[in-house]
Every structure is written in C-alpha cells, then in structure tokens.
Write a protein that binds this ligand. Structure first.
Ligand code: GLN
Ligand code: ZN
Length: 759
C-alpha cells in the first residue's frame, strides 16, 4: 500500500485569520490567550483538512516563522532580548519584529532579527544568529504541545523539524566564526528532542534538509554525514526531506545517509528519481513529492499515474506520496473562490485540492485506476480544456515571439552618444533630482479606487478624481523644485496587479493569499495564458500629468521580469517564454508612451534579483533571458528617449555584468542604508551609465537632514563621476504621508543644489 502524507500546511487561514489575530494582538486589542486560542483553532482546522492522509504533519504551524520557532526550540535566543521582561512570547515577537506588546508601540528598544528569503520562494524567515558563545538547549514544551494536540485528531502524527545542517546554513555567524563549529553542541539537542518525541509516542519525524539542493562544499557535506550518522541512534525513524530543486552532486550522499526514508521533490527533480530508486537501499522508504506544492495548477493525474505505476510496482509499500514541498507556498482552498472565471477555476488546485490529488493518486495505485474513474475523467477533462483553450494559446502571441530578434533589444546608439542627445534635450542641472514613482496613497485615494471598483463611482467621476490627485502631485513637485517629475501612481493598487489587470492572460483570485513574512501576505496574480497587450494602459494618465508641466514627466511601468517573479506562472511552458511574452506586451506600452510624447520612461525591475536560481551555476542562464526580456521591453525607443530602471535592493556585486547589459540610461537603486558602499560594485565594474543612488530610507518616517544627504552623495561621488549621478529617495513614497514627504524632498533638493555648486 502507498502511504500518503503532507510536509506542511499554510498557516495563515482561509480568511487570513492568523494575520488579523496577530495584528490585533500587537495593537493590544486582544490578549495573549485569545491569540493562542485562534492559533489552536486554526491548527485544528488544518489537521482536519488533512485528516484523510495517512500521516499528518505537526509542528509546521508557526505564529510568525518556523525558522524563528526553531531558534526558540533550540534555545538560541539573541542575547539582546534574553534579559528583557515578559514571557517567551514577548521575546519571540521582539526578535521577529523588534518589539513585544508590552513594549508599547513607540519603543524600538531592540533590533529585530534580520529577515531574508526562504530559498527561492517569496517566503521570508528570521535569520538565526550565532557567535562563539552560542549554546543550544532544548525548549520543546510548545512544540510537544502541538504534537499532543495533533494526536487528539489523528492517530498518525509526523512532527516536522528543520534539520540541524539546514538550520546552521540559514543562520549567520555574527562574529564571522565557522558555523559548523556549533554542530556538535547542536546535535546533542536534536538527539534529546528526538528522544522526547519518542516518549510522546512518535514513530516518524520529518527532518527538512533543503540544503541538499544547494551547492555544498566538502565541509557541509561532511556535516550532513556526521549529523545523520550520529542521529541514527535516535529511537524514531527519520524522513530526510529535500525540496525546491535537484540534488545533483548531493544525490549519492542523500541516498546513503543512514535514515529510514527520503523525500524528494519529484516536480523539480523529476529526472533524478529513477537514479534514486536504483541507489536507495531496500530498507528505506521513498517519499515522492509528485504534486507541485508551490503553484496553483491541477496535476495531470493520468500522466502522474503513468509514471507512478511502474515506480509503485518496484517500491511497493516503500512508496510514500506527498506534495513536492510544504504547502506553505500555496493558497489555502479553491472553494473560497466564487468569482473566478469557471474555465480558469477548473484548471486550479490550492492546498486543500492538492491533498485531494495525493489521496486520489494513492487510491488509484492501491486499488487500481478503476477505483477513481470518475475523478480521473474529471481531471483529464480539465487538463485537456486547459491544453486546448483559445484563451491560453493565442497564435498571434506565439507568432510574435518567433519574430523576436536582437535588434529589438538594442538601442540605436550606445549610451555615450545617447547621453549627449539627451542632455541637449533635457538640459538637466548637475545632480538632477527625481523620485521613484509613487507618492502618498492617502485614505482618500484608496477610498476612491475602492468606490470605483465596487461600482459606487462612475468612470468619469473616478477619472476626474484621479486627475485631481495627479494635479496635486505635479503641483507639489513643481513647488518643491524637482527636476524630473512623476504622476504619483494614485490609480495603482499594486505595481504588478495594476498591469496584470489590463493585460490578456492574467487572472485574479479573491483569497489566493500566500504568507510572505509574519502577518504579511501577498496575493500573486495568476498568469494562465499567452500574455498580450490589448490597449494602452498608462498613456492617458501620463499624458495628462505631462500636460500640467514643462518639466519632463517620467512614464512609469513595471518590467517583465518583475511581472513574472511576482505572479503565479504557467507550468505548461518555460518561465523564459512567459517572460518574453510579458516583455513584448510592456514594450508595446513603452512605445505607446513614446508615441504620446513622453520623453522619459521608467521600467521598474524590483524583483529581478529575486528570480535568481538557487545554484550559482544556473544564474547565467536565468540572467540571459531575464536581461534579454528587459532589453526587448525597453530598448525599442529613440536615442532621445531616456530609459530609467529601478531596483530596490542592495546586492549588485555578483550581477553587475547583467545590470550593465540592461543598458538603461539611468538606474535608481536603494543605497541609503548601505552608506553608499554598494556603489563599490558599480565603481569596480566601471558601470558606464547614470545612477541615482537612494539618499534616504523611505521605510522610516524620519526626515533626512540636508547634511546627511550631502554626506551620502559625497560618498557616491567618490565612486561614480559626479556628472552621472542623480539624487532620489531609495524607493517609492506611497507608504509615507505628505507631511513626511515634503520636508524630506525639500532637504533632498537643497542638498542637490549645494552639491551642484560645490562639487
Ligand atoms: N514605481 C514604484 C513606486 O514608486 C516602484 C516600487 C518598487 O520598486 N517596489 O512605488
Ligand atoms: Zn523600490
């Protein structure tokens, strides 16, 4: 018999109950016991959602982040909070977000733990902190309590823990020491934990080691060997779990480690499974993650069975089935979607439906396809309808893709010549000032958009209201004295959703939320079909804004790579192809803006870096098509049209060559918190085009002083020739209010004028 299980379930709740409970708790509106009650209730619900599986996971739930939970489980709590008053939960939230409820809302008495991306997902975890004094000790009461609760609902509970090697890998040695020096101490605590789990009646433990899909040097490989040889004495069975990629040169190691079972991501490592089956010792079980745990698409069950039946014949009872990875990265339940187009809905599966698929596959393997005929027929019908749908496949889009050539992505002249033409055209002063696009999204703006969306405000009134907002924004910028203006983006809810809504091939869910970090969720749009530009999206707004001023007005667009990386994408064609379709669509918008007389166009690529593959060896192939897509979008304009791009992160070192290849006339980046040090990368690379290094942090309400901005720009000018520098904030201003924005920009402009006359 095939065994079914799950690696982890979304925590946030169908209606984002956890988010709202956390936010109320942080505001002091509900007490700790009320928060914990909601959390317990959610967990119960989630276990019930999974109850048809042979094994349910426990311990995968978290109030904020499972890596942070692991730090607390292992007694690795940063010294800066350990002496502070309050209970464990207070310190937990202090590390998570810099303050506990009892600290009050104004106090920023401790710095929060650093947050970073969880592998190549959009989930972010709190980075464990280590130094030479780090000692681990077991604090398992909360974890064990979750196990006990799960055991009341289901007879077979499989605790989920983050493996020791991945835990160390994810952390940061604050003193620059070798993290692996901590392994021995850490393994003692893991051994203790496994004993306690045994005492709690546990048979199988899922130990997540996604580090196995990364490029590992000998020291890390050795750490894995040492860990599992040592933990083999534990009185429970370990299911060593990997996901998000191929094992490649770690494959043999993964097969050989002395554990009772191995889980592999059979979606992204599909081609490795046959080899693993050959190599896996006969006493080990093999869990195959056959249903994609991080997209929204239905699995082709017939195709899966065609592949699984021979595997099952070979492995028999040793075969387990699960989603490829934790369902943390999928929306909860498709049942909630009542407004989605019927066709599109029939192609989708969220977490709950993905578990149904696992159940069906297992039933078909255990009892023959005949036991699930009806379901298979339904599934095939949906798969076929998607494959054949005219809404998915558009001959015109595919034909256009065939016609892409390098010339389309190449400017007419190199930057040096363009710069001369553009300087003549714009006559900008030295250290020109601009902003990144959005201005404060006031309550009123949001309300107007909502009213329009929900049909309470007619189109004409909506347009008028937006024009008024644009007018206000332009006047304020002129009064402040900015050199290059923007329209302020009042009509946009979100930089991806706004464009997605007006392109063909995009669908939007109502409840497709996925946790990004803590209580923050995102609702990525779904790219279901060939993407096409059907009408001009921004020209009317930008042209209106330009009509109000003689200064250059920047057209404002989101780039193809960011559109891709912040959406749920198709699984029926390579990402590269979807990205090129987006590139052509946004290219049309760029050309429409140019046609409409707009002289500067900014194309934001905030998520370009995020799309980098896990293994460095694959970076180049990603960057090749990603940069190509950007170039197709941007570079069809005349020399005299100035292309800007914007990226809000701060690691360019290892992608400088790609950034330069984009060939934007101006790139604006987030730099203020790095004290301009990240310009070193541009300096070393001798980056040839113009740069606007952000001079103040837009996440903070603080007003930057003129001196601080001058200081930063002087540092910038040590690295980049002054005639190629712009002055701008780190990012868009939509989360700030006008009372903060005006004085900040006033100081920024004063700094620019000082620099122009002194440098
Ligand atoms: N133009 C966008 C804005 O200003 C850019 C946002 C971003 O980079 N995340 O809001
Ligand atoms: Zn930004």
């Amino acid at each position: 018999m095939v065994t079914t299980h799950n690696l982890g379930f979304p925590r946030i709740g169908r209606n984002r109950e956890l988010k709202f409970a956390l936010e109320k708790y942080w505001k002091g509106d509900i007490a700790e016991h009320a928060l914990l009650e909601i959390a317990a209730h959610l967990q119960t619900q989630h276990w019930q959602d999974q109850s048809r599986l042979d094994w349910i996971p426990a311990g995968d739930f978290s109030l904020y982040d499972h890596v942070l939970d692991t730090s607390f489980l292992l007694g690795n709590i940063p010294a800066r909070v350990s002496a502070l008053p309050g209970g464990a939960l207070d310190n937990y939230f202090r590390v998570a977000r810099g303050r506990s409820v009892s600290d009050g809302n104004d106090c920023a008495c401790v710095s929060a733990g650093e947050m970073t991306k969880w592998f190549d997902t959009n989930y972010h975890y709190i980075v464990p902190e280590f130094d030479a004094n780090t000692h681990f000790s077991l604090h398992a009461s909360r974890f064990l309590e979750q196990i006990r609760q799960a055991q009341q609902i289901h007879p077979r509970v499989k605790p989920v823990i983050l493996g020791p090697v991945t835990y160390l890998w994810l952390g940061k040695a604050k003193d620059g020491g070798d993290k692996l020096d901590l392994l021995d101490d850490l393994l003692d605590v893991y051994a203790q934990l496994l004993h306690e789990l045994k005492d709690a009646g546990i048979q199988w433990v899922q130990v997540d080691e996604p580090v196995l899909v990364m490029e590992l040097d000998q020291a890390w490989k050795h750490a894995l060997r040492k860990t599992y040889y040592q933990l083999q004495a534990a009185p429970v069975k370990l299911l060593l779990t990997t996901y998000f990629g191929q094992l490649q040169d770690n494959l043999q190691l993964a097969c050989e480690l002395p554990v009772a079972g191995l889980h592999l991501d059979a979606v992204s490592a599909h081609d490795e499974i046959a080899k693993v089956i050959d190599w896996l010792p006969v006493h080990k079980i093999l869990s195959l993650g056959v249903v994609n745990g991080r997209n929204v698409w239905k699995t082709d069950l017939t195709a899966a069975l065609d592949w699984l039946e021979p595997v099952h014949a070979r492995l028999q009872d040793r075969l387990w089935l699960a989603p490829s990875c934790s369902l943390l990265h999928a929306p909860v339940d498709l049942e909630s979607e009542q407004k989605l187009d019927r066709d599109i809905r029939s192609w989708l599966a969220f977490a709950v439906q993905k578990l149904d698929e696992i159940g069906l596959l297992a039933k078909a393997l255990n009892h023959g396809r005949g036991s699930v005929t009806e379901f298979l027929r339904e599934n095939s019908a949906a798969i076929t309808s998607r494959k054949q749908s005219k809404r998915v496949h558009k001959a015109s889009v595919k034909a256009r893709l065939q016609e892409i050539n390098d010339a389309m992505g190449t400017r007419q002249s190199p930057y040096r010549q363009r710069a001369i033409v553009q300087q003549k055209r714009f006559q900008l002063p030295p250290f020109p000032t601009t902003t990144i696009g959005s201005f404060p999204q006031t309550q009123q703006i949001r309300q107007t958009r909502r009213d329009y969306r929900e049909g309470r405000l007619p189109e004409s009134a909506y347009r008028q209201a937006m024009q008024q907002e644009i007018g206000y924004c332009v006047r304020e910028q002129e009064t402040l004295g900015l050199d290059v203006l923007v329209h302020g983006e009042p009509e946009r809810n979100d930089m991806v959703e706004y464009f997605g809504e007006q392109l063909e091939g995009y669908a939007f869910t109502q409840f497709g939320w996925v946790q990004s970090y803590g209580s923050r969720c995102v609702k990525p749009p779904v790219i279901y079909g060939d993407v096409a530009h059907v009408k001009a999206i921004t020209t009317e707004w930008i042209r209106y804004a330009q009509s109000l001023t003689s200064k250059p007005m920047k057209g404002m667009l989101t780039g193809p790579v960011t559109m891709l990386n912040w959406s749920f994408v198709r699984d029926d064609q390579p990402r590269r192809e979807t990205c090129l379709q987006l590139a052509l669509a946004i290219r049309d918008e760029v050309l429409a803006l140019e046609q409409a007389g707009i002289r500067m166009i900014q194309i934001d690529e905030a998520a370009l870096r995020e799309g980098l593959p896990l293994r460095k060896s694959q970076w180049n192939s990603y960057l090749d098509w990603a940069i190509r897509a950007f170039r197709i979008t941007a570079n069809g304009v005349k020399d005299e049209t100035q292309i800007h791009t914007h990226m809000c992160y701060s690691e360019f070192n290892d992608i400088m060559e790609a950034i330069a290849r984009m060939d934007a006339d101006v790139i604006t980046i987030e730099t203020s918190r790095s004290d301009m040090e990240l310009l070193d990368a541009f300096d070393r690379f001798q980056y040839p085009n113009e740069i606007g290094p952000g001079v103040y942090d837009i996440h903070s309400p603080n007003i930057p002083s003129v001196d601080s901005i001058i200081g930063l720009m002087e540092k910038a000018a040590q690295r980049i020739p002054a005639q190629r520098l712009w002055v701008n904030p780190d990012c868009g201003l939509k989360t700030r209010n006008w009372e903060e924005v005006k004085p900040a920009l006033r100081n920024m402009i004063a700094a620019s004028r000082y620099l122009a006359s002194h440098l």
